[in-house]
Ligand binder design. Structure first.
Ligand SMILES: CC(C)[C@H](C(=O)O)[C@@H](O)C(=O)O
Ligand code: SF4
Length: 754
């Protein structure tokens, strides 16, 4: 609840202060979570954990579930059930498991028959589930998207999903405040996607590590909600915990009359509160970055990290000009993977596929901007013969609205493939995938190796740029379509009719599935025994790794995320590096070689280990392989957290010391990591000290389970909820058809009349 703080505060400070349930002296806080989105990939093990411990979901009324990653995007005309429709057994099992879990635990679920189904980060805002001033989490790194509404929204791993389901809270340390200000006028053809790619190019994929970014300045103020969402979405690609934009009239206009937005007198109360959610004059930011809007031109990626950006008018960079050895090696590796030659003009690179979709760019406004380019290209515009171009709306409602506006006709006439909602080719967990060697102009957010399909090559860009590439068959400066001749084409074309979303949102929903649920309103007293292994000391063979930005897609590729278990993932670890794609045989990657195939420790000399997705499968696979400790110059926040939830220790020490340890490792000298004393012992007796968060150290040394610890605060949580209901009544219950579910009754099944 608001505390009496006189010093000027940032937007992040205010939301944080409003959600602290309890706080320890060392700064560790238990924060209340207002909204929880659930999808099929990161939840099965969490529900299993609840089941084993006999714990109910604490706030079904604040939880919304859907399927998105695994769903095929082919026509659903003949859809009967998930079991008939999804051919791939593991995808089918994961979607079926979610259907079972939502029934058992009484959660609201937008399944494949529901027109509101879609990517979690599209449906939350669309429904008004996402609101200003809230805390919002999901077992998905792109939860940062929801920060566009002035909320504190961030991705979590599966252990934390279980924690939120059980307690509606999370243990967190406050992040640093970072502000990125973009002032001035954007050039024609420059979109929100270009702005965020440009920013990541400047600050790098670790630039926001440990921070919550506030996007400020005239450019973000002028952006629509859709554009703000595209920016906040990619905060995670900048390494940040979350990104946010202060709510304003644009935010309120977007939210008004959404199914789950507050109504009537509560709306006025909510808006009055939301207006207070801006950074105070004089508030302190730990890091400030200023960008001049006029410096940005349409931007795309050339490599395998989102920071590998270049202007469309530029050339493929030349690694031989790079002075930093690790960077040079990474760039050489990227160019080889991408099949590119240094100094090739970007506009000369042909593409095989175009993907317009993903939680970054699959909303109506994105699709309109793509359609505008097709119209600008003239009446006979066609997708180039060498290209397969697909457009995948972010939700069933986006699809319906686009069709009512006639966008699908424009696309289909030009030869685009118009699909059903889902994550699709952003992350080939479903049939939409690149074949090895195929090159894709993609509006998604990650260009990691193998991300869109093993051996596939991804260039990130805006929807308008991707459309231009579809039409010409190569990477293209979209501004070529924005001259006076093209404007004449648009003027001559049938008018694009822009509709408002509301009429689509209000149409009746299909009846919900019957729910059986038996849970009491109180948090359980009983503490389940912890399953977390203790970490005291680990001594053994250490594997050296000389890669920068080791992303979680590299640690464990998408096909292994379809498991319903936490174990059995040892062979999946670094799969693409360990298996030859042609022969299926083991490569000579370090972890395949003796004695490193028995490594207990991994030392990485490159920065930003574990960046990218929130998949806890990454630490699970390391753990299964036998690696209990990773030493690196820096870690991505979610990976670090996920590792410690599994009794593993990520140790941060300076890069020079990592290089020393990697040399020891190369000589097969054993290393000992002693958490009690916080030292790393080399075989020559020399000690390198490190520090760990005191609470996490305590949990690791004693093998403690966060949920059991949190449940000791049950009285504080209940008191917090009482005050929350009085202060922000619109946050209780889903409010479908105006029906409110009062707190303390809400732990039963959600009412079935929504
Ligand atoms: C599956 C999920 C854990 C993952 C994420 O966290 O981002 C996915 O959405 C992705 O984009 O890689
Ligand atoms: S980044 Fe891609 S895979 Fe992840 S949630 Fe968004 S659309 Fe889905």
């Amino acid at each position: 609840m608001p505390t009496a703080v006189s010093a000027p505060r940032t937007l992040y400070d205010k939301i944080w202060d409003d959600h602290v349930v309890t706080q320890k002296e060392d700064g560790l806080a238990l924060i209340y979570i207002d909204r929880h989105l659930v999808h099929e990939v990161t939840s099965p093990q969490a529900f299993e954990g609840l089941r084993t411990a006999g714990r109910p979901v604490r706030r079904p009324d604040c939880t919304l579930a859907t399927v998105d990653h695994n769903v095929p995007t082919a026509s659903r005309k003949n859809f009967v059930s998930v079991t008939d429709f999804i051919a791939e057994p593991d995808s089918r099992a994961q979607c079926a498991a979610l259907e079972e879990n939502v029934k058992e635990f009484g959660l609201t679920y937008f399944g494949m028959k529901d027109r509101r189904q879609g990517i979690v980060h599209v449906i939350g805002p669309e429904q008004g589930f996402t609101l200003p001033g809230i805390t919002c989490v999901c077992g998905d790194s792109h939860t940062s998207t929801h920060g566009a509404f002035g909320s504190l929204a961030f991705g979590i791993g599966t252990s934390e999903v279980e924690h939120v389901l059980a307690t509606q809270t999370l243990l967190q340390k406050k992040a640093k405040n970072m502000r990125i200000t973009v002032e001035g006028e954007l050039h024609e053809g420059v979109t929100s996607k270009d702005v965020i790619l440009y920013i990541i190019g400047i600050i790098g994929t670790a630039g926001g590590t440990g921070c919550v970014i506030e996007y400020a300045g005239s450019v973000f103020r002028g952006f629509s909600m859709e554009a703000r969402m595209s920016v906040c979405n990619m905060s995670i690609e900048a390494g940040a915990r979350a990104g946010m934009v202060a709510p304003d009239d644009i935010t309120f206009a977007y939210l008004k009359d959404r199914p789950l937005s507050p109504k009537g007198e509560e709306w006025d109360r909510a808006v009055a509160y939301w207006r207070s959610l801006k950074t105070d004059e004089g508030a302190k930011f730990d890091i400030e970055v200023n960008v001049n809007a006029a410096d940005i031109i349409p931007t795309i990626t050339w490599g395998t990290s989102p920071q590998d950006v270049v202007a469309i008018t530029g050339k493929v960079p030349d690694p031989s000009t790079m002075t930093d050895a690790v960077k040079r090696k990474s760039a050489e590796r990227s160019l080889e993977y991408m099949g590119l030659t240094a100094n090739t003009p970007m506009e000369e690179i042909p593409v095989d596929k175009v993907f317009i979709g993903s939680c970054t760019n699959s909303r109506v406004e994105d699709l309109r901007s793509a359609a505008k380019i097709v119209l600008a290209a003239g009446p006979g515009a066609k997708v180039a013969p060498n290209v397969h171009a697909m457009i995948v709306p972010g939700s069933g409602l986006v699809k319906e609205q686009s069709e009512a506006e006639g966008l699908d006709v424009i696309f289909k006439r030009a030869g685009f493939d118009w699909r059903e909602a889902g994550c699709s080719m952003c992350l080939g967990m479903n049939p939409d995938q690149l074949a090895p060697g195929e090159r894709c102009a993609s509006t998604s957010n990650r260009n990691f190796e193998g991300r869109q399909g093993a051996g596939g090559r991804t260039h990130l860009m805006s929807p308008a740029m991707a459309t231009a590439a579809a039409l010409t068959g190569k990477l293209t400066d979209v501004r070529k379509y924005l001259g006076s001749v093209s404007e004449a084409n648009i003027a001559a074309a049938p008018k694009l009719k822009e509709l408002t979303a509301y009429q689509f949102l209000d149409a009746p929903a299909p009846p919900p599935e019957p729910i059986t649920y038996t849970a009491s309103g109180d948090l359980p007293e009983a503490e389940a025994p912890s399953t977390v292994e203790k970490f005291i000391t680990v001594k053994g063979i250490t594997a050296p790794l000389h890669i920068e930005n080791v992303d979680t897609d590299m640690i464990i590729p998408k096909q292994f995320l379809k498991t319903l278990k936490r174990t059995g993932l040892a062979n999946a670890l670094f799969y693409t590096l360990r298996k030859d794609p042609h022969t299926g045989k083991d490569t000579d990657f370090i972890l395949n070689r003796k004695p490193y195939n028995r490594s207990k420790i991994l030392v990485c000399t490159g920065k930003n280990f574990g960046c990218g997705s929130s998949r806890e499968h990454a630490p699970w696979s390391l753990n299964d392989f036998g690696i209990r400790c990773i030493i690196a110059p820096s870690f991505a926040d979610i990976f670090r957290n996920n590792s410690m939830q599994n009794g593993m220790l990520p140790v941060t020490i300076p890069q020079e010391q990592c290089i020393v340890l990697a040399k020891d490792a190369e000589e097969q000298l054993e290393i000992e990591v002693d958490l009690q004393k916080e030292v790393i012992r080399r075989s020559n007796g020399e000690e390198i000290s490190f520090t760990t968060d005191p609470f996490r150290r305590h949990c690791l040394l004693n093998g403690l389970d966060d949920i059991a610890l949190t449940l000791q605060n049950k009285d504080s949580i209940q008191t917090f909820e009482q005050t929350r209901s009085e202060q922000w009544p619109w946050l209780d219950g889903f409010g479908y058809k105006g029906k409110k579910i009062p707190v303390n009754v809400s732990r039963g099944a959600p009412k079935t009349d929504w």
